[in-house]
Design a protein around this ligand. Structure first.
Ligand code: SF4
Length: 280
């Protein structure tokens, strides 16, 4: 793509991460599309949006040549360009992950972990930042320490890789939130160890230390999912339920309702006042 090309980015749906500039569009071209668009990129994050992405590609082809890309297509992510497919502030400094979690497409899409040039941003969404080299991690935290906005780690930190020196780095950037994950039973022991390291370092509260908890996957039950969520809370993590979807994206109303109850910290804490975890 030429450096001076004007590219419209088109998204099947808006999320918190979707850019909002004049060349970012949701859905079909409206009445007032700038007339200097050279190329259209339909960016699709979720596999269940692929049919809509195909439809949008046809619809936008009357404006300019169209390409479809994004994680849902299975295409490997290339260099990260701030603000292009993610709202400014979001940043990716590495792609890929050495693990092969059954519910995750990162390793099939991205392959081996790759460290990328480090751009500025305050919401780090790398697949597995702690799997990167020490020099890369140090350079990323140096970048984060320059940011004016509160730093967030929403890509998910792998508890198994957490070391005391990482916690000292987290302290230096005073993050708003650091997300871990409790998806399957084998995550529990590393999460317990991470909680112990944070306690020893006298750092973290459950508003800062958050935990994605995958729920509703095949074989999961409400009682078991609730136990995982409450266990995350007991360990000192503010849980956020993430509803499993297969490639079709189909979910049941019962699991959606359960997820919404466990997605917002205030709702969670109001419902679980008996928990022993303090929110200091
Ligand atoms: S550790 Fe995270 S990024 Fe890596 S394969 Fe598992 S879920 Fe995906």
């Amino acid at each position: 793509m030429g450096a001076d090309m004007t590219v419209a980015r088109v998204f099947p749906r808006r999320t918190k991460a979707t850019p909002t500039d004049d060349y970012a569009f949701i859905g079909d071209p409206g009445l007032f599309v700038p007339d200097n668009i050279d190329e259209v990129h339909v960016s699709v994050a979720f596999t269940w949006d692929l049919p809509e992405a195909e439809r949008l590609a046809a619809s936008w082809s009357r404006i300019a040549p169209v390409k479809i890309g994004g994680p849902a297509t299975g295409m490997r992510g290339e260099e990260f360009i701030p603000g292009r497919y993610l709202r400014p502030g979001y940043v990716i400094t590495s792609r890929g992950c050495p693990n092969h979690c059954w519910f995750c497409s990162v390793y099939t899409r991205e392959g081996e972990l790759r460290e990328l040039p480090i751009n500025d941003g305050w919401n780090l969404t790398d697949d597995n930042i702690l799997a990167c080299s020490e020099s890369h991690i140090l350079a990323v935290f140096a970048m984060l320490s320059r940011q004016k906005e509160r730093v967030q780690f929403t890509g998910g930190i792998e508890a198994k890789l957490l070391k005391p020196w990482h916690i000292e780095l987290f302290k230096t950037v005073r993050p708003k939130q650091i997300f871990f994950a409790y998806d399957t039973p084998d995550d529990l022991s590393p999460l317990e160890e991470a909680a112990r390291l944070f306690r020893e370092a006298e750092y973290g509260s459950r508003s800062i230390l958050r935990c994605y908890v995958l729920i509703g996957y095949p074989g999961d039950m409400f009682s078991v999912a609730e136990h995982r969520l409450k266990t995350a809370m007991r360990l000192g993590f503010g849980p956020m339920a993430m509803l499993y979807r297969d490639v079709s994206g189909v979910t049941t109303p019962e699991w959606r309702r359960f997820q919404s109850l466990w997605a917002r910290p205030r709702k969670i804490y109001a419902k679980n006042t008996e928990t022993e975890v303090s929110d200091s």
